[in-house]
Design a protein around this ligand. Structure first.
Ligand code: ADP
Ligand code: MG
Length: 765
């Protein structure tokens, strides 16, 4: 990729339907310098990679400007635009609200027109075809015949202006979207009626001049506008999760400047500032506690309801709540680098990403509009040409017009375009509120089909707080000596075992020696020199590698109790054994049971001793144990499972397990809340609570179920509606889809799709 290649997320306005998204992405891709372009109708954003030397955002804007759309750069979340000012997000929100108000006005005006039109339609059908109502008196009929055209003019030319623009756009640029379909349909119905009324006397001998289609124009435009209004209103609600996150940000902070406490706006806080947080206050920025202890409510970030105890040296997250003590916190990140800003960006990106399942819907809706347009004309001419052999022309023409309008209206692929993004937006937002961060829609879709989960042991199944339980010495050295040697070596290691050993040695006041030539031996242990003498510590693999012999009875005795045996050696012999126990998380057995209920089998993957792993697995009810695996082989083990035909999720800590996470169909990282963007993982669970695992699978399953329901209904409307509108039922049953009903059905289908997605919000996960 050349240096001038850029990737941007641009905000698009002026889209009315999924085919608009298609039109825009096709137009932009044609531009020289645009490499990829994905437009999402749900979030109204475009992800574009382009060569900044060849093309600018302004040029792209011009290109689609001719078609009535516009785009602009979206600004990343910095402390600044979270706080106020007209950030691009706020501006878009304001635009959307203004658009909604306009739609609402239109709806309020056309609603009475719809009522009158339906009243007239029903009366006419009831009187003329069913004979259940008395015929309208001439005066009443005349009255309606004069009022309806007026209503229709207002409906078509004022409320229906966007649809007419769609027709114009089609005439000028040959691009058709859903507005074009509705526009052509209603315009034809209107013009036909207009010609009838204008030349009533002249046409009376040839056509049925008593029946015009002003009512169709009114009802179709009315219902579709009503649908758009309800859809836009609900769509605003689907994005509420982001708004809630934005509102979490503190507005100001009290910082220590020259020994004095001053309150400053949040964007004036810089890295290194000491902020003062009183009990009951929000912690304004990410940082490290430098003074005080407290219980902190992190539920808004991690979704975990129990407050977490923190002391000096512990990390805190901006936007969480200090419940008890007075704290001083040294700021570590601000603005777009902060945990909260990263979460927001991640959620937004995920909401804007495309699920694989959506690609099909996109492809269909791209070809749908032109095909439907052609079909509508074919059917119209068929009625006139073939229909008029069986009935008088004066009857065939209006039926042809009704079919024509009906097809155009029912065939709008609007619900199809909304089906996936609305559900994904709600699902991803809901997950985020529970401390489950989903990187993209693809991960969500994959997670739903996972049937095998591989769990890392330390820190995933176990609490990751190991404790020394036994120390054995093999003679020469005392137990304290063995511990001193081990702890001295472990001071230099990052391994969870190391942290435990060092902490406990300190607690026992063991004096640690200086170590030189330290190195970690991956998956086996470590080595280092104390006073020029080489020492080693690790597992049986390391013992074998050194050509020594360990007392296997001691080792297995530890392992069978679920403890990790650490063997301490010099280059000639084993000096002693230390048993380290890490307890399983209390929720682990219940989580495994739930995974089983969801049809997911579970394996434990670890570098630890087989027997230790087996003990832990038994405690948690895990099906399979893959133990004594070197870190480099973990990814291969995952690939091996995949080759058995399993869809595998790997759950690990995201640091040591990165290759395995990346190899799995879905990588799930257990974060601590302070490390948000875990590159190799598709899904990050904030906080160590394992129940998030089953909640994540549940969100994925519910979201994808909603997507499938939505797609089914969206296609169903079109597949059933089009033939009926075309008149396939007319010859045998005399049934033809009334365009007014088609309009209502169309509006209902988009609204039902959005409402169905919103249902996800209330589901328990
Ligand atoms: P895990 O799957 O638990 O993350 P690792 O690959 O990190 O396993 O380590 C595998 C095994 O290597 C550990 O169970 C332990 O026996 C040994 N080991 C690794 N690092 C150390 C260390 N710093 N101190 C003692 N033993 C270690
Ligand atoms: Mg590990």
């Amino acid at each position: 990729m050349s240096v001038s290649m850029q990737q941007k997320s641009l905000v698009i306005s002026g889209m009315h339907c999924a085919s608009c998204a298609n039109i825009i992405s096709r137009k932009l891709k044609k531009l020289d310098g645009v490499a990829t372009c994905e437009v999402n109708f749900g979030t109204e954003k475009a992800a574009i990679t382009f060569d900044a030397k060849k093309v600018s955002v302004a040029q792209m804007n011009d290109e689609i400007g001719q078609l009535g759309y516009s785009l602009e750069d979206s600004v990343p979340h910095t402390g600044h635009d979270m706080k106020g000012g007209m950030s691009s997000d706020k501006k878009i929100q304001a635009q959307k609200i203004a658009e909604l108000a306009k739609l609402k006005r239109h709806v309020l005006i056309v609603l009475p027109f719809i009522v009158v039109s339906i009243f007239v339609m029903t009366w006419e059908v009831g009187a003329e075809q069913l004979g259940i109502f008395p015929m309208m008196s001439q005066a009443v009929a005349d009255f309606f015949h004069h009022v309806l055209p007026l209503f229709a003019i207002y409906a078509l030319f004022v409320v229906g202006a966007p649809f007419l623009q769609g027709v114009l756009r089609f005439a000028k640029h040959r691009v058709a979207n859903m507005d074009t379909l509705v526009g052509i349909g209603t315009l034809v119905a209107f013009l036909y009626s207009f010609v009838l009324s204008a030349f009533e006397l002249l046409l009376a001998p040839y056509l049925d001049t008593a029946h015009s289609y002003y009512d169709v124009t009114i009802v179709v435009i009315g219902f579709i506008t009503l649908g758009k209004y309800l859809e836009a209103r609900s769509k605003l609600k689907t994005g509420e999760a982001i708004e809630k996150l934005l509102n979490l940000q503190a507005k100001s902070a009290v910082v220590l400047r020259n020994g004095e406490q001053v309150e400053v706006p949040i964007e004036a806080v810089v890295v290194g500032d000491i902020v003062i947080v009183k009990p009951g206050q929000k912690i304004p920025t990410d940082g490290e506690i430098t003074f005080g202890t407290s219980a902190i409510d992190e539920s808004m970030i991690t979704g975990e309801s129990l407050p977490v105890d923190k002391k000096v040296g512990d990390k805190v997250i901006g936007a969480t709540l200090n419940k008890q003590g007075s704290l001083q916190v040294r700021t570590s990140t601000v603005g777009s680098e902060s945990v909260l800003a990263q979460i927001i960006t991640m959620v937004e990106n995920a909401q804007g990403s495309k699920a694989p399942i959506e690609k099909l819907a996109d492809q269909i809706s791209a070809v749908f509009v032109p095909i439907v347009l052609a079909l509508a004309f074919i059917v119209l001419f068929a009625w006139i040409g073939i229909g008029s052999q069986f009935m008088p022309f004066s009857q065939a023409l209006p039926l042809g017009i009704v079919s024509f309008v009906g097809i155009l209206v029912i065939a709008c692929p609007c619900a199809m375009g909304l089906a996936t993004p609305t559900a994904v937006i709600v699902g991803v937002g809901k997950a985020a509120q529970n401390g489950i961060l989903i990187k993209n829609a693809e991960s969500l879709e994959k997670l739903q089909s996972v049937n095998f989960m591989v769990l890392d042991k330390t820190g995933t199944i176990t609490r990751g707080e190991p404790e020394i339980t036994d120390i054995f010495s093999s003679g020469e050295h005392s137990q304290d000596e063995v511990l001193r040697i081990l702890a001295s070596l472990e001071q230099h290691s990052e391994h969870p075992l190391a942290l435990a050993v060092v902490e406990q040695a300190r607690a026992k006041n063991v004096a640690l020696s200086d170590v030189t030539a330290f190195s970690a031996i991956e998956g086996k242990g470590l080595q280092g020199s104390i006073k020029e003498k080489k020492y080693f510590a690790g597992n049986l693999k390391l013992v074998a590698e050194l050509g020594l012999v360990a007392d296997e009875e001691v080792v297995y005795a530890f392992a069978e109790q679920g403890k990790t045996p650490v063997i301490v050696m010099d280059s000639k012999q084993v000096l002693g054994y230390v048993a380290i126990a890490d307890t399983i998380k209390s929720e682990a057995p219940a989580v495994i049971t739930k995974l089983h209920e969801q049809g997911i089998k579970v394996a434990l993957l670890t570098g630890d001793n087989k027997k230790t792993a087996q003990y832990i697995a038994n405690q948690a009810g895990i099906d399979r144990v893959i133990a004594e695996v070197l870190p480099a082989d973990k990814a291969r083990q995952v690939a091996l499972l995949q080759s058995e035909g399993l869809t595998v999720a790997m759950v690990g800590d995201g640091i040591n397990d990165a290759p395995a996470l990346a190899t799995a169909d879905v990588g799930i990282a257990m974060g601590t809340g302070t490390d948000v963007a875990i590159e190799s993982a598709g899904i990050t669970l904030l906080g160590g609570d394992l129940t998030k695992l089953t909640r994540a699978t549940k969100v994925a399953k519910l979201t994808m179920k909603t997507v499938k329901q939505n797609l089914f209904w969206a296609f169903f409307y079109n597949i059933v509606g089009i033939p009926i509108a075309a008149g396939v039922l007319y010859p045998s049953f005399g049934i033809l889809l009334n365009p007014a009903i088609a309009g209502a059905a169309m509006a209902f289908s988009s609204v039902s799709v959005v409402l169905n997605a919103l249902r996800l919000k209330r589901m328990k996960i």
